[in-house]
Design a binder for this molecule. Structure first.
Ligand SMILES: [Zn+2]
Length: 364
């Protein structure tokens, strides 16, 4: 089975579109069988059908569509039939979306739809392979996760080996790092996470990584990488807290593994202090904050309306920086002593600044 990426525009797919009870459904200059015999009936609800068209109108991405090669330059739709028919029927003028038929649209919007690029994987294989594929993709009502699909597309020795490490109940990854991972091993969340980290370290996508390794005899290198990530996290932050579950430890590792300035004892003292700080509203952000220094990781508590009102009354409505008078609604709350310098989000540390002064202060 060979898989090849192809960019196909909506206009190309709609070329020669025919939907006929006798002759079937074809498009792409009659080279694409949109509804081959083993496909399900068209069961999209109108709302879903409209949503496909709106997605294309906005230029947002649709999920990958799969075609199978049936000859030199002929294909059939393996997965994506309903999306394909929705788009073809719309361009054909069979239904309207938001009270507009395709032929009602201005030229530039028509062009935008026709030029929209569908992301198609073209698979080349035998009929039995095609049918197996279709079963995998459309298991009776069971929506496959992205990683389950990737495992099917990149099936081989590497994926089988990777699944032994990451995808079974009680697998090695779950024993070693279940506390650090979110999702479930069975639905391939652990495997997806591990590959995404390893792929990021090499500047690749998950698909790119899997394509590169598909024919490796085993996934031991991914497993070793994953163990290094968890070893590093445990060495740097030796005390486990529940907030550590589900964080992107591999990305932290990729960016920080070579640093020599990280001291576990100092970091633990900081974690402990920040966990207890009431102004830190996003506790899970503490780890990223300590590695990057980015305060936004912590979602520092904002002043509430009562504190703002109290400060405004105390100031008599005057901005302490420029001395002008403003309405409350024209002013912004500001920490007198910044949070990073020990200031708290309490009424006594609140001042109201006019928009301009607040902006200038922010620039400092
Ligand atoms: Zn001012």
């Amino acid at each position: 089975m060979r898989i090849e990426e192809r960019k196909v525009t909506v206009g190309e797919v709609c070329d020669g579109y025919l939907n006929d009870a006798e002759e079937g459904v074809v498009g792409y200059g009659e080279r694409l069988d949109i509804r081959p015999c083993y496909q399900r009936e068209f069961v999209y609800k109108d709302r879903q059908r409209d949503e496909v068209v709106r997605t294309v109108m906005k230029g947002l991405p649709l999920n990958v569509i799969y075609w199978c090669k049936t000859g030199g330059d002929s294909y059939e739709v393996l997965d994506g039939q309903q999306r394909t028919i929705s788009l073809c029927e719309y361009v054909d003028g069979s239904f309207s979306v938001d009270d507009k038929y395709f032929y009602n649209l201005p030229e530039d919007q028509k062009r935008k739809i026709l030029d929209y690029q569908l992301f198609v994987y073209v698979c080349d294989g035998t009929d039995s392979e095609k049918l197996d594929w279709f079963r995998i993709i459309n298991i009776a009502g069971e929506q496959l996760t992205d990683q389950e699909l990737r495992n099917a597309v990149y099936a081989g020795s590497w994926t089988s080996s990777a699944k032994r490490y990451f995808s079974k109940t009680g697998c090695a990854a779950s024993t070693l790092a279940g506390d650090y991972l979110k999702g479930s091993s069975i639905r391939q969340d652990y495997l997806e996470t591990a590959i995404s980290w390893a792929a990021a370290a090499e500047g690749k996508t998950i698909e790119g990584y899997m394509a590169q390794h598909q024919h490796d005899p085993s996934a031991v290198s991914l497993w070793n990488y994953f163990r290094s990530v968890i070893d590093w996290a445990q060495a740097i932050f030796p005390r486990y807290r529940k907030e550590m579950k589900g964080l992107p430890w591999g990305l932290f590792y990729n960016d920080n593994k070579d640093r020599t300035d990280l001291d576990p004892a100092t970091l633990e003292a900081e974690v402990s202090r920040l966990m207890a700080d009431e102004d830190v509203t996003k506790k899970a952000g503490v780890y990223e904050y300590l590695l990057t220094g980015m305060e936004r990781c912590l979602s520092i508590r904002a002043f509430d309306d009562r504190m703002k009102r109290a400060a405004y009354e105390r100031q008599g409505g005057v901005c302490p920086y420029c001395g002008e008078h403003f309405e409350l609604s024209e002013m912004h709350a500001d920490h007198i002593v910044p949070w990073s310098k020990g200031g708290t989000t309490t009424a006594d540390n609140c001042q109201m600044l006019c928009r301009d002064c607040n902006l200038k202060k922010g620039d400092d």
